[in-house]
Design a protein around this ligand. Structure first.
Ligand SMILES: [Mg+2]
Length: 120
């Protein structure tokens, strides 16, 4: 299973990658903003799960999700948003844009595992 982890914080990308690795996942691509993530998706059509931050330069996570969902081939792609934006309005906005699950930072490895299992 191939993951794309998108966050402008390299520390956060590492935390997510390490958590995924501990869950037995080894194929993990990363990108530091939405634009680079979109580029990576163009080059890797076989991504199975997208995990993205919201607040990022260039293209933010919400814009990325909308762009991804605008393509038929990604209509079923599981997307998890991992963000500090924990407000109810933000969660609803993200879900409306097509996010499958939502994690508020900081999070525990168990939360990531549970949210991941819920979308797979
Ligand atoms: Mg960020």
């Amino acid at each position: 299973m191939k993951f794309l982890v998108v966050d402008d914080s390299s520390t956060m990308r590492r935390i997510i990658k390490n958590t995924l690795a501990r869950l037995g996942h080894k194929e993990i691509l990363e990108a530091e903003d939405g634009a680079k993530a979109w580029e990576a998706m163009g080059e890797n059509s076989d991504i199975d799960v997208l995990i993205t931050d919201w607040n990022m330069p260039e293209m933010n996570g919400l814009e990325l999700v909308k762009k991804v969902r605008s393509e038929d081939k990604y209509s079923e792609l599981p997307i998890i948003m991992v963000t500090t934006e924990g407000g109810k309005a933000e969660v609803i906005t993200a879900l409306k844009a097509g996010v499958n699950n939502y994690i508020v930072k900081p999070f525990t490895p168990q939360v990531l595992q549970e949210k991941l299992e819920a979308v797979l």
